[in-house]
Structures are given as C-alpha cells and as structure tokens.
Design a protein around this ligand. Structure first.
Ligand SMILES: NC(=O)c1ccc[n+]([C@@H]2O[C@H](COP(=O)([O-])OP(=O)(O)OC[C@H]3O[C@@H](n4cnc5c(N)ncnc54)[C@H](O)[C@@H]3O)[C@@H](O)[C@H]2O)c1
Length: 254
C-alpha cells in the first residue's frame, strides 16, 4: 500500500480524543456507527428513545430528538464531561404512504423526528463546536431525499429537507471549523427494513423484490453505511463539506 493510502487509512481509523454523539444508536445504522467508533477509540454518547441495546463502552442517553426540553436537559448533563465535537444525526422514522393517503399526523411525526430532530440537535451542539472552532456533523438522509420513490411522500420530503439543511449549515460555518455532510443510504438490511419485510403479505416475495431492484443484487449492510459515515466524520475528509454521499449499491445511478 502507498504511503498516502496508509496515511488516509490511519486518519479514518483514529478517533482517539473525539467525543461523538450518535442518535438512533440503539439499532441498525446508528448501532453500527457507534460500535465502529468505539473500536477506533472515540468516546461515544449513544442516544435513542429507549436505551436497551447500548454498544459496550458507550454512555447511553435516553431522549426523543424531536423534544427540545429533553435535549436541553440531557445535554446539560453530558456537557459536564466535556464538549462534543462530532454529531451523527441518524435517528429517523419512515412512512409508506403517498400524499393522498398520508394524514397530517403522520406527516408531522415524520418531519418531527427526521427534520426537527436534526435541526434541534444541531442547534444545541453547534454553540460549543463554534466556541472550539472544530465540529463535524454527519446527517443521515437517504437516497429517498434525492429521487422520488412511490408511496414515500413524507419520507422523501423529509430527507430532501435534511439534505438542504445540511448544505445550509455547511456554508454558514465553513470558515469557522465546522463541516456538515449527509450520507444517503439506499436499502439497508437494518431491523427497520427487516420489520417492513416481515409485515408484508408475502415476506419472501417482498425481500426478493427489494433485492431484485438492486444493481448489485443485494441489500446494503449497516456496517457498510457506517464506514462511509465515519469517513465523512474523520479528518481524512477535512476538505469535504455540504456534500451528500450516496451509499446505495448503484440504485440511484440508473
Ligand atoms: N434502512 C434503510 O434502508 C435506510 C435507508 C436510507 C436511510 N435510512 C436512514 O437511516 C437512519 C437509521 O435507520 P435504520 O435503518 O438503522 O433504522 P432502525 O429503525 O433500525 O434504527 C433507527 C433508530 O432510531 C431511533 N429513533 C427513532 N425515533 C427517534 C427519536 N424521536 N428520538 C431518538 N431516537 C429515535 C429508533 O428507536 C431506532 O433505534 C434513519 O434516519 C433512516 O431514515 C435507512
């Protein structure tokens, strides 16, 4: 391996001294991000609605990312341990309806978690990042924020909003040591997608259909998405801000 490649690998692998907060850390992509960061030496604060499955070695924080009072109270306690320099806004929920089927309550629920949650966590963590002139934010959007998918009105719209908010934050504070990017996963075999498949009338056919539309002939793994997210958070990506990194096995390329 060349010296440049070795350097890059070391930078991506080294999170010692970094204090990272991951939302939606109890499952799927967030759990994979948290485990990989812990293995690379980061201090990890794992946030989820209910913290049952905290990755070993992380500090668990139980809160709803759409609830500002809960965020303010919990972060006050965590900040006593030292400033958080890296934020993964990964908590998210879905909706499988088109505009005509989606009731206002469901629309609001999706936007509250996916968009308001991302905005609130940024609002509460950016001040200390700006004070230290160093901060990295990686927001989990989706390929659904870039292309239209049938029966995903609120979900597509909310992930599009996450991408737009990310770009806004990126340009706002690029000169003050803050980087903000999104990852846009395609279909990933997380517990969420597992549930969607299990709830289908014919789960075997549903899985085959999802796999069948993939150019690579398989779904993504949470760990594969986590690697891309961690790259964006690492200092190897020091010149990257405001971008959306697609990790979808080629599905949006067609
Ligand atoms: N799995 C996929 O195919 C896929 C594709 C593209 C994007 N994504 C995005 O990736 C992210 C993670 O998805 P996943 O597949 O790992 O799902 P998951 O359901 O396995 O994990 C999501 C976690 O977020 C938590 N969460 C939900 N609402 C919350 C709230 N209000 N406050 C705090 N935590 C909350 C859940 O409890 C859960 O543990 C989501 O933002 C999702 O939209 C997933």
């Amino acid at each position: 391996m060349s010296a440049v490649a070795t350097d890059l690998l070391e930078t991506v692998s080294d999170f010692r001294g970094r204090r990272v907060l991951v939302t939606g850390a109890g499952s799927g992509i967030g759990l994979a991000i948290s485990r990989k960061l812990l293995a690379r030496g980061a201090e990890v604060i794992a946030v989820d609605l209910r913290i049952d499955d905290i990755p070993n070695g992380a500090v668990g924080l139980s809160l709803d990312v759409s609830n500002e009072a809960q965020i303010a109270e919990s972060l006050e306690r965590v900040k006593e341990l030292g400033p958080i320099d890296t934020l993964f806004n990964n908590a998210g929920i879905g909706s499988t309806k088109n505009v005509l089927e989606c009731e206002v309550d469901e629309w609001d629920r999706v936007f509250n978690v996916n968009v308001r949650g991302t905005y609130l966590m940024c609002k509460h963590l950016l001040p200390s990042m700006l004070e230290n002139r160093y901060g990295v934010i990686v927001n989990t959007a989706s390929a659904a924020g870039l292309i239209g998918l049938p029966d995903r009105a609120a979900y597509c719209a909310s992930k599009g909003a996450v991408i737009a908010l990310t770009k806004q934050i990126a340009v706002q504070w690029a000169s003050e040591g803050i980087r903000c990017n999104t990852i846009c996963p395609g279909t990933v075999d997380s517990p969420w997608v597992g549930r969607l498949i299990d709830e289908a009338e014919d789960p075997v056919a549903r899985r085959q259909q999802l796999v069948g539309r993939q150019p690579m002939g398989r779904l993504g793994a949470p760990g594969e998405v986590a690697e891309a997210a961690i790259y964006l958070a690492s200092d190897a990506a020091a010149f990257i801000t405001g971008t959306d990194l697609v990790i979808d096995g080629g599905i949006t390329a067609g």
